[in-house]
Design a binder for this molecule. Sequence first.
Ligand code: DP6
Length: 331
Amino acid sequence: MDKREFMQAHLPAVGSVRGSREHFAPSNIALCKYWGKRDAQLNLPVNASLSVSLGHLGTRTRVEPLDAPQDSVYLNGRLQGADSRFAQRVSAFIDLFRMGQPEQMFRVDTDNNIPTAAGLASSASGFAALTRAMDEAYGLGMSDTELSVIARLGSGSACRSLFEGFVEWQMGVREDGLDSHAIPVDKPWPGLCVGLVKVDEREKRVDSRAGMQRTKETAHLYQSWPLQAGADLAKLHNALDERDFGLLGAVAEQNALSMHATMIASWPPLLYWQPDTVAAMHRVWALREEGLALYFTMDAGPNLKLLFESASQAAVEAAFPGLEVIKPFGD
Ligand code: DP6
């Protein structure tokens, strides 16, 4: 089944477009990562994952019906060429909603307030915000769960950006992916901090989509990944239940490094780290040796995301000058 067939089977009948709509969705950082697809068409994952949404940091997207031969796609105020990868991904996603009315075009304004230097992916918040805006533009009235399923078709991790706080993406078992969506995990953690360590802000040469495909196809080590992720997810739930920060940080860090181990074992090898990435890791480990409760996680890129609690903030900022600190649940 491809995305169009899925939408034909499950999208409520699309009526006429209602008008402009605008929505915000938060960015998210996974503590147990999504890495590898069992179905690349529908973005169905090999493993369940768990993330934390980043509050006010994310994407605001506005859609406006347009009387024109093609969509106009703006990113942070700049018109994107119709053949750019960004515009093509946005238009292809909107195609899923305008199936009954292929001639209906849109102007799409996507604004990210994620610090540009932070090395945070914006596709998750972008597709989540676009999904909410399109649902309203057509007056479909879908539930958060249904919207999560559809956002997943744009980018897997987008299904988690429909919700605030901790979020679990349940992998599901169905072939059509109807049960593969995120759910909120209502265990707030005031004082939890995420620190963004900028190593390199340039666009990565191999994106997550291509990277996870290569890993799954070429790394024997990848066979152990679903086991690692399953065990980590269970431990993370324990950490949230017990408010055990040491457990949360350790599991998130080991999970990220395990994912990177599978990338490194791919062919051609995928090593996203740079010398400064490794230097930052050693700084974290040295501070931990000295007794600071500080851990990190990383996605498919060279930048670290530090995990710590408010009580450690001053010490962490002293060791990482200029650190951007986010408190997903406030203080
Ligand atoms: C390393 O969601 O960007 O950030 O589904 O192909 O769009 P596609 O991939 P994407 O992958 C994110 C991978 C990750 C881990 C995570 O966020 O769980």
